[in-house]
Design a protein around this ligand. Structure first.
Ligand SMILES: N[C@@H](CCC(=O)N[C@@H](CS)C(=O)NCC(=O)O)C(=O)O
Length: 257
């Protein structure tokens, strides 16, 4: 049995769960960030204490990209990567765009607006501008195709959770500006694996709201790589310095394997 260390809202954990559902692989879940254990409890699985991480018997691995590649190698059918070499590379490029750019564009706004219920016009406008650019690029890449890289693939799986999160944050697709991407989004959400994961996300959100509990702690936030790059390059270094001074930030821990 596979064990997935995850968090219901993490787009990276969502990517792996949808891949597992697509492949029909059963797995147990350990809510690692805000549930069954705390960070130091799973550094033996992921030395950075990030979700997702996967345990397959005596083998542990982490990072959503590496996990999805492992799942494909170990359980090739049904495939989640295109067979064609060039399409496969394009699929990985789109996954990378989702993991680095879409994620980074929404991270700070998620913390400030969703988590703290504060407004920050400059952060909001920068996120909107960036998302608009990325929506344009995705619209173009789709062209007339139903999915990004031929059949439904990891490219679609990686992009979808970010677009759903962006819509929830107040940056929905505009069908007039992005008709192809809007239809793609509807098509992807009809996929049983995606619908199943969406139901889980929505049910958890509603339960937390009913219990008056936050989805995450917006005053103790993990920062890394592309998320930090987005903040600095867009002129929010002073904002970030204040976050650090106020003790609201931390960085991935790294322990020896
Ligand atoms: N490159 C990693 C990124 C994983 C990641 O950033 N996970 C976040 C959640 S979205 C995390 O675990 N953060 C730790 C924390 O918030 O404590 C992957 O693709 O799996």
């Amino acid at each position: 049995m596979l064990t997935l260390y995850d968090d219901v809202f993490s787009p990276y954990a969502r990517k792996v769960r949808i891949a597992l559902y697509e492949k029909g692989l059963p797995f147990e879940r350990v809510r690692a960030l805000h549930g069954d254990c705390n960070r130091s409890d799973f550094v033996h699985v992921n030395p950075r204490a990030e979700v997702p991480a996967l345990v397959d018997g005596d083998f542990s691995l982490y990072d959503s990209t590496i996990i999805c590649e492992y799942l494909e190698d170990r359980h090739p059918e049904p495939p989640i990567y295109p067979r064609d070499r060039r399409l496969r590379a394009e699929c990985r490029l789109l996954e990378d765009l989702a993991d680095t750019q879409l994620d980074a564009a929404t991270y700070a706004v998620t913390i400030v607006e969703l988590g703290r219920r504060e407004s920050h016009a400059a952060l909001h406008d920068t996120a909107r501008r960036d998302l608009e650019r990325l929506y344009n690029e995705l619209e173009q890449r789709l062209g007339r195709a139903p999915f990004f890289c031929g059949d439904f693939s990891l490219a679609d799986i990686a992009v979808a959770p970010h677009l759903m999160a962006a819509a929830f944050l107040g940056f929905p697709l505009d069908p007039a500006k992005h008709p192809v991407l809007t239809r793609w989004m509807e098509r992807v959400q009809e996929r049983p694996a995606v619908a199943r994961d969406n139901a889980d996300v929505i049910e958890t959100l509603q339960r937390l709201q009913a219990e008056g509990r936050p989805a995450f702690d917006p005053y103790r936030v993990q920062w890394r790589s592309d998320r930090l790059e987005w903040v600095i390059k867009n002129g929010f270094a002073d904002w970030f310095a204040e976050e650090m001074r106020a003790g609201r930030t931390f960085f991935p821990i790294t322990v020896a394997h």
